[in-house]
Structures are given as C-alpha cells and as structure tokens.
Write a protein that binds this ligand. Structure first.
Ligand code: GDP
Ligand code: MN
Length: 379
C-alpha cells in the first residue's frame, strides 16, 4: 500500500524525523488557508500523487506570496501527472537547500534482509544514479536482530561521503527511518531528497512509503485505505467481488480458479501476446458473474480480444455455457472472443455455445489453440 507524501511525512514526524511544517488541502481556498496558517513565506505547493517526478511535471511550485499560492494551487489541483489526477496538495514551509541526498530502506529479497541505500547524489531518480554512477550509492544490509546501530550508521554515512556538516543529522535520521521502516511493516521508506540546509540542518523534503498490507492487522491503516488510488478497472472489479489484477496488455482474460487464470496469463505471453488482466471468476460461473466479468474487461480500452478459459469441475460445462450465452445478451461487446471449455459436461457446454458462435465468438478445443487465436485476433 503506497502512501502519499504527506502521509509519509506524518509517519516520519511521529518518529521525530525532521520535516517541514505544513498541511494538506483539497481545494484552492484550503490551500491558501494552509499557507496563511504557516504564515511564513515562501511556501511550497506540492501535488500529492503516488508517482515520482512531480517536480519535473510542474506539480511542485514555490510561492512567495499568498496570491502565488492561489495561482499555483489552481494550476496544480486537477492536473494530470503521468495518468494520476491531482486531488490534494500539500503546502509546506519552503526550505533552503545546500545539498540534496538520497536515503532509503527496502527489503532485499535475494539477500533475505533489509537493504539501506544512501547517496550524496539525491534529488534525482536513484535508478539514474545507479546507472550512471553506481559507486555513488552506499549500500548496507541490516541484520534485523542487530538493527541499525549508531556505529554502523556512522560508517555508512562516511561511505556515502555526505558533507561533514550533515553527519550528525544524517546518522540520527537514518536510525529513526530504520525504526519507522521496521515498526511500520514497510516494504519501502525513501527520502529523496534528504537535504542539508545552509544552516547545517538535515531534514526530509520528500517521503515515499510503501506499507505491507498483509501486516495491516497490526496497524490502523483506515486513513490510508480511505485515500488509496485504485486502478479504475480494479475498482470496478472489486465492486463486483471479482478477483482481478490489471495488467498492460491487449488480451482480456476470464478464467475460473486462480491457478487456471495464472496459467492463462502465462500461455498468452508464451504464444507472443500480452494479457490485459488476471481475472478469476471463481466457482460460480453463472450469467451474473460472467456478465460482470465481461463488463470489467470491455471497460478496459486496451482490450482487443477476450479469452474465456473455463475448466468445468463442480461448476458444470453446460451451466457455464448457459451463463456465457446469457451474459453475451446483456453486455455490449465489440471485440472478438475465444472460448475454451473443458472438464465436466464440456461436450454439452460446447453444444450450447455452438449455436452462438460467429466471426466474433469462437470456440477452441484446447487452451493452446484458444490462446493462439485470441492473441492473433488482438493484433
Ligand atoms: P518529486 O519530484 O516527486 O520527487 O518531488 P520532491 O518533493 O522530491 O521535489 C522535487 C524537487 O523540488 C526537489 O528535489 C527540490 O529540488 C525541489 N523542492 C521541493 N521542496 C523544496 C523546498 O522547500 N525548497 C526548495 N528550494 N526546493 C524544493
Ligand atoms: Mn522526490
């Protein structure tokens, strides 16, 4: 679960990590009020979207006066940043920057432990630093039993070659950041940039936090849940009680059972196509469920063909076929569809479907043939 910058900063603040005072706003008037409450210009107006590079996209602006806050908030609220609509802005007191650093903790799955990364080259994407100057990133692996000791943190800061003036502040913040990461059950905590001010203060100018939703029962995530940005397709599927994961391809997938749905996604890739989604309709493949699934899939503009892959078990093939036929009458579908039906009562099911096949509704006897046909039709 990804947090917005302001939520990440509130979390950091609760661990005594220095952040700038500020407030979040959903309207221009509230943004102005937040700036006036800070009462000390300049302030920064920051788009709250869960995507990086907001600065470059024009979503972060300094305001010297209350009128500029209004102008910037008007421009930024409603702005589209890489497909994310800005619904909130965070207003904070502007900082003077001497140096911009990068700091993060994440789980290194291959090392089976926590990875800390620190760099004197912050403010830019860490991927770019990793590419152009990998030695500029000082890495440490923290044993969860030992935690991050002051001694280790000090050595780490020295290895990253931060300015001497930043050493004490960075050592302190990194230990607190590690604590926030572990206590919060986070998958990632990132500060980019972590700044050194001309007065010699170190503090977090940005916050990126991803929490492990599986550990949600240990925390009160209600406020975070309420502000989650969901993929519109996933939201629609979620509302219909469907197990759906949005992907980027062109072949819509409907299958019964999570294992079969995953195999269907795999086989589409295997024959050179790209799945638009994972969708498991579960056991009850009746007309309602099938119609709901088709509505979600046809609501995805990228979908150019649909592959329905059903293996009859407890759900019998003829019942599934009747469900598909009824759903086809209810949902407007303008892309071709390939159906593969096998298992219990598959013969009866195919018989029912045969009366409804056309150029746009095909049936195939095997999963491989159906995948090939669906991929071909998506081209
Ligand atoms: P991102 O582009 O989404 O990563 O957003 P950031 O919060 O990291 O801001 C991007 C850049 O805007 C930073 O690297 C800074 O250079 C600049 N910036 C953000 N806040 C301030 C501020 O308070 N003062 C100054 N001078 N620059 C800021
Ligand atoms: Mn940033």
């Amino acid at each position: 679960m990804d947090l917005f910058e302001y939520q990440g900063k509130q979390l950091f603040a609760s661990y005594d990590i220095p952040v700038s005072p500020g407030d979040v706003a959903t309207t221009v008037d509230d943004a102005v009020a937040a700036a006036e409450a800070i009462g000390d210009y300049p302030v920064v107006v920051k788009a709250q979207v869960q995507v990086g590079g907001r600065g470059k996209a024009g979503g972060i602006k300094l305001a010297d006066t209350v009128d500029e806050v209004r102008t910037h908030a008007e421009a930024i609220l409603g702005m589209d940043i890489k497909g994310h609509t800005v619904e909130r802005v965070w207003i904070e007191k502007a900082s003077d920057i001497a140096e911009e650093y990068y700091a993060s903790f994440t789980l290194d799955r291959s090392a089976k432990t926590h990875l800390g990364m620190l760099s004197a080259q912050g403010g830019v994407e860490i991927e770019a630093v990793a590419e152009t100057d990998p030695d500029a990133i000082a890495k440490i692996w923290v044993d969860p039993v030992d935690g991050l000791t002051e001694e280790v943190a000090r050595g780490w800061v020295a290895a990253a070659k931060l300015d001497d003036a930043a050493t004490e502040g960075a050592v302190d913040i990194l230990q607190k950041l590690y604590r926030a990461y572990v206590d919060g059950d986070a998958d990632l905590v990132e500060i980019n940039p972590l700044i050194l001010t001309p007065e010699g203060k170190v503090h977090a100018l940005d916050a990126k936090v991803t929490l492990d939703a599986n550990a949600g029962f240990r925390h009160d995530l209600f406020e975070y849940e309420a502000t989650q940005e969901r993929d519109a397709r996933e939201q629609a599927a979620h509302d219909k009680g469907l197990q759906y994961v949005g992907l980027d391809g062109t072949v819509g997938v409907i299958a019964n059972g999570a294992g079969l749905a995953m195999s269907t996604v795999d086989i589409i890739n295997q024959v050179g196509g790209s799945p638009a989604n994972f969708l498991d309709i579960g056991g009850g493949a009746n007309a309602d469920v099938m119609a709901g699934a088709l509505e979600v899939i046809t609501g995805d503009e990228k979908v150019r063909s649909i592959f329905i892959n059903i293996f009859g078990g407890i759900t019998k093939g003829d019942e599934v076929a009747n469900g598909i036929v009824a759903a086809l009458e209810r949902v407007d579908i303008d892309v071709p569809m390939v159906i593969r039906l096998d298992g219990t009562n598959a013969e009866e099911g195919r018989e029912i479907l045969s009366a409804h096949t056309s150029e746009k509704v095909l049936t195939k006897p095997t999963m491989l043939e159906a995948a090939e046909a669906a991929v071909e039709l998506a081209k």
